[in-house]
Write a protein that binds this ligand. Structure first.
Ligand code: PRX
Length: 671
């Protein structure tokens, strides 16, 4: 089928008829047009949003790579997500269905809460009012959020956005050190946290961890504590405030005027790991971000008013920011939000949720799917999941087994199921299959096609387009709305990390990719020293820095090795300082150390002690060589290696580790 498609970009970028399957060649042609005229194209999309004031300039690209979209325009994310709807029939539509983790004796959830758009609007206004009148928060301030998946989390994000306050959310699974460094870097004046929460049937004492972090930073003056568990936690006088007490005297119907925020001003800062140094605070500008979310909610998720939509990611990560909170709310969707582990109290909890609420659109990760796959299909299939009409995956490449399993168990081998590629830095998804747009035939496991208006390319070392079927580097050649504004407090690093590897200010993603002969993109994984553990991004450098802070450790090299469920997991090779003995006790101690310093997601698969690590003559550890040994790949060029026997050392340690693993999994050795 061919589509008669001409510029300028009118109706056809939000087609009414959603059965617009086109061949790949036509898609690529259409895509080219959107990229060649990308400013005009994005301006067309942006016109759909309720701006307070339209832009003077679609894109200010006078100071690359600090691109500013919709310069001069004014908007407010809370207005776009709430006020816009409550003047329409959606006022009484359910915005959030929230389910807590604990279950009763029959396995039924003990707590289910539903909030209409009007409920949410009222609560957000009340919280904004409280923050404004009691703490004098104002536009440009920064505030930290360290909350679990409770409904007050999106409420606070919206309440802060309403005031133009920049928030920085720290995933509730992060350690006190990780929290402290983020609060300090962002110069947060307030922290919003909770007493604790449920995870996998156990209580996590969040306030204790927050207190440890607060002892290390001086900039946080006020702390608001929500009582998820209703437990008694230590409250520091003059610093800590009980949320319920603060809200007691706030009237039910207060209204806080949404602050007019300039499109190019920050909505949030979100920290993410890189190859060197401490996590980078990505600064997301409000206008471009909302434009990208609007487009992708329609194109990738084909969101419709009758849908119940569920993104299983924690809001602490970018996927939850964009596709549990801002994206679906701005489209007026009904959103499922679940507090706990998808497999608690039994592996089929997530299937029960799909059945209970008749979920129509599901956004999840390969790691979650691989976790389900350990169990027989029957335990999931007994639930009615026929409501699901569209699935997307995110976070890491999806392996064929995981794809097939999910396509069968939930997808009935017929519905749409794609893999959307993107990053914290991109704000929203930029590649995938787009059932709400003109879409191409599904090709399982691929990342489909670049989004309209996004100039993704696979290039060689020199930045020239790579030939099809050959591995190359994934770059983005033109700016797009949603591109991070900068790294908070460190613009030079922003240039250095993303815009210096390739010429012409191509954005370097850090990923390897292939474009196949049909034109589909396959993202293969990271080309740098970042690993993806259960879809979460960890810089090996970060883990090494934590390890060498331990008194016993002289040097450390951390590499990722394949893992059946989590995709990849870190293994540490460590040399010890004199006077310390390598033994299991120390290995466990180092693992606990890492968990303390970074968080449980950084748990090492093992700590391997070696007497030396491969190094260059200039004494840099050759992590590439360690990695090659650990995954049993050719070692490659070692001309700069100082001492070849170090490779044997690493090999020996790794072989012993493999033998140990084999011994552990041999049934003869279990009792
Ligand atoms: O390596 C790519 C991988 O996740 C990285 C970005 O991680 P983060 O900023 O944590 O954002 C994750 C969620 C958007 C990318 O550089 N990645 C993400 N989605 C995919 C993917 N790899 C393959 N396929 C995907 N669909």
């Amino acid at each position: 089928m061919s589509v008669n498609w001409a510029l300028p970009f009118e109706e056809k970028i939000f087609p009414k008829d959603k059965s617009n399957l086109i061949d790949v060649k036509t898609y690529i042609e259409l895509h080219r047009k959107t990229v060649d005229n990308f400013k005009e194209f994005w301006a067309r999309v942006a016109k759909e949003l309720p701006w307070f004031k339209l832009w003077d300039q679609v894109l200010d690209d006078s100071n690359p790579p600090f691109y500013r979209w919709f310069k001069g325009a004014e908007i407010n994310a809370s207005y776009v997500c709430l006020d816009k709807h409550i003047s329409t029939w959606r006022k009484n539509k359910i915005a959030f269905i929230w389910e807590g983790e604990p279950v009763d004796a029959k396995g039924m959830p003990k707590e289910i809460k539903k909030y209409t758009y009007h409920d949410l609007y009222k609560e957000v206004n009340r919280i904004s009012y409280m923050l404004k009148t009691k703490f004098n928060l104002k536009k440009g301030d920064t505030v930290g959020i360290y909350l679990p998946m409770i409904i007050e989390l999106p409420m606070f994000m919206l309440a802060l956005a309403r005031l133009g306050v920049i928030f920085t959310m720290v995933f509730a699974g992060f350690s006190s050190d990780s929290l402290a460094s983020r609060l300090e870097d962002a110069n947060a004046k307030m922290l919003i946290t909770a007493d604790g929460f449920w995870r996998n049937g156990k209580i996590v004492q969040l306030k204790n961890i927050a207190d440890e972090a607060l002892n290390k930073v001086s900039n946080v003056k006020d702390v608001i504590v929500l009582k998820r568990l209703g437990s008694n936690v230590t409250m520091k006088n003059g610093r800590d405030y009980n949320f319920d007490d603060l809200m007691n005297d706030i009237p039910a119907n207060v209204y806080v005027e949404p602050v007019r925020v300039r499109s190019e001003e920050p909505l949030y800062i979100l920290y993410t790991s890189g190859t060197t140094g401490k996590p980078k605070g990505q600064v997301q500008g409000v206008g471009g971000y909302l434009v990208l979310l609007h487009a992708t909610m329609k194109w990738a998720f084909d969101i419709r008013d009758e849908d119940v939509y569920w993104c299983t990611a924690d809001i602490g990560w970018v996927t939850g920011h964009s596709y549990t909170v801002f994206g679906p709310l701005m489209e007026g969707a009904t959103i499922m939000m679940y507090e706990g582990a998808l497999t608690y109290p039994d592996p089929s909890r997530w299937s029960a949720i799909i059945e209970r609420y008749g979920i129509n659109i599901l956004y999840t990760s390969p790691t979650a799917i691989r976790g389900f796959m350990k169990f027989p299909k029957e335990i999931f299939k007994k639930y009615d999941m026929s409501s699901v009409r569209l699935m997307q995956s995110v976070g890491e490449p999806i392996n064929p087994e995981a794809f097939r399993w999910m396509y069968d168990v939930v997808g009935r081998n017929e519905i749409h199921f794609g893999s959307t590629w993107w990053m914290t830095e991109t704000g929203g998804l930029l590649s995938g299959h787009f059932p709400g747009l003109y879409t191409v035939p599904m090709k399982p496991g691929t990342n489909g096609m670049p989004l309209f208006g996004a100039d993704l390319e696979v290039v060689d070392e020199n930045g020239n387009p790579q030939v099809p079927e050959q591995r190359g580097y994934l770059v983005i050649r033109k700016p797009w709305p949603g591109l991070s504004l900068t790294i908070w407090g460190d613009p030079d690093r922003f240039i250095q990390v993303y815009f210096s590897k390739f010429k012409h200010y191509y954005f370097w993603t850090g990923d390897y990719a292939v474009r196949d002969r049909d034109g589909y993109f396959w993202i293969l994984g990271r080309a740098d020293e970042v690993i993806k553990v259960a879809g979460h991004r960890l810089g090996t450098y970060e883990l090494e820095s934590a390890l060498i802070q331990h008194p016993a450790v002289a040097e450390a090299a951390v590499v990722g090795v394949p893992d059946e469920i989590k995709g990849e997991v870190p293994v540490a090779f460590v040399t010890l300082k004199q006077g310390y003995t390598a033994n299991e006790k120390l290995a466990n101690e180092l693992n606990n150390w890492i968990r303390e310093k970074v968080g449980p997601i950084a748990t090492l698969k093992n700590v391997l002690f070696v007497s030396k690590l491969p190094k260059t003559r200039s004494a840099k550890i050759m992590r590439r060589v360690v990695q090659a040994v650990a995954v049993n790949k050719p070692i490659g060029d070692i001309t700069t290696l100082e001492d070849e026997t170090s490779i044997e050392e690493v090999k020996k340690a790794y072989l012993e580790f493999q033998a140990e693993l084999a011994k552990r999994s041999d049934p003869k050795n279990s009792n």
